[in-house]
Design a protein around this ligand. Sequence first.
Ligand SMILES: Cc1cc2nc3c(=O)[nH]c(=O)nc-3n(C[C@H](O)[C@H](O)[C@H](O)COP(=O)(O)OP(=O)(O)OC[C@H]3O[C@@H](n4cnc5c(N)ncnc54)[C@H](O)[C@@H]3O)c2cc1C
Length: 465
Amino acid sequence: MADIAIIGGGAAGAAVFGELLRRADHGGTVHWITGGAAPGRGVAYATADDRHLLNVRAAGMGLFAEQKGEFLQHASRHLGHAQGSDFLPRRLFGEFIEAQLRTRIAEAHARGRRFQVHDTRAAAVRRQPQAGYHVELENGAALATDAAVLAIGALAPRPLKTVSMQVLDSGAYILDPWNAPEPPRPPRRVLVIGTGLTAVDTLISTAARWPKAELIAVSRHGLLPFRHPAAPVAPYPYQDDLNAALLACDGAAPMTRLVREAIAGVAGTDWRAVVDGMRPINATLWQGFTLAQRRQFLRHLRWVWEASRHRTAPASYEIVQELIESGRLQVQGARVLAVDGSGPIAVTLRSRTTQLTSTIEVDRVIQATGLDTAVAYARDPLLAQLLGAGLATPDPLQLGLAATPDGQLLDAHGRAQPGLYGIGSLLRGNLWECTAMPEIRIAASRLAQALTEDGETRSEEAAAN
Ligand SMILES: Cc1cc2nc3c(=O)[nH]c(=O)nc-3n(C[C@H](O)[C@H](O)[C@H](O)COP(=O)(O)OP(=O)(O)OC[C@H]3O[C@@H](n4cnc5c(N)ncnc54)[C@H](O)[C@@H]3O)c2cc1C
């Protein structure tokens, strides 16, 4: 008997739910607590804007580990034609997730598999006196489960410390780039804080929404994501040897040297093939770093890693380049020192290159700084409860929750919590690269396997007693 609660209604929660529905049940119930929004879509796949593209080729996307071309088939049926190398609208992947869930649910019904979908949020998770967890829901219900999976994605965005209360109250500072309300008048000048993938989509939507608005994007390094090549590139021929050598390195500096040498060493090598070829070992490399080496990586290499590893679809890249070339968009490397005033908002910046300070006036600021996983500062009630009860503890570098390599959460004393797991962004401290579907679907399959084995052990113990 194993009752399992999956908390979080995004793609990661959907993947774990679907994996568990498919597996043998031992008489237990799978509870999926979706948070209330469209199940399975989460932040990434809820967009209705078809200019927001997947940053993984269609052939690489899927919800379950074993899937090979199912998303491509789904896309071809809906678009008339699609190729594995295409970067398709994220909306389409959201529809695919929903369709996959419908099928899994119908099959589970037919097999008599017990499950419940709760259209509400989890408010608290408490350890039961003997074993297992007590999960309290915001609608007042409570579930007694043997295991719980935290799949709550990244944290709700927090305003930068440099933003004044007056600006936050003005309604012209947008904290959630995916839900920007209509202002009373079209803005003439918009500042986007951030230059990563979220910022790229924000710039594309903003440019289309207010065709006359001037756009400025700012981040510490002012580096936009690199682009994927239009067609897939050939794999680097010596990737296995390179990966073995990287796994034997002590720290990020010798790794960077090896990667540079590999790219320069074989004529015609596309650096993106080398970076992508490291994907299977990234988590192991990260786990091999000491805390000091992780800190060093975050300080010196994170910005270039993020831009190189999390690349943009060619079509998105081209829109942004056209905006730059037409003079509508300026991208600056600068630190945001202050955001103050109202109508217009005054933003004080210190340039990365000159260290000079300047103030610009804008009508609207959109914070698009990407994933926040610093749980110690979160206002999320569930995380606050988990941390307060000592059931979970922040990763020392504020990259999420501390966990074992297989995703079991550590309590305040560093002990692994039996049956309490995490998946997705909140495990960045543990795995570093764990936020994209190719990693999430493998993690979901492994987690479902571990939860099923735990359930089998419990059933055998119960039978023996
Ligand atoms: C804009 C964007 C674009 C992306 N594009 C791609 C891409 O093209 N390809 C790719 O592979 N990856 C992409 N990613 C990475 C993406 O993070 C993953 O693909 C995946 O969507 C992550 O899903 P998740 O379930 O972990 O998190 P989320 O999508 O954040 O979902 C978490 C869900 O949990 C819910 N929740 C939170 N707290 C509670 C609670 N207490 N109780 C119940 N529910 C709760 C939230 O409301 C939310 O619905 C993108 C990410 C973003 C943000």
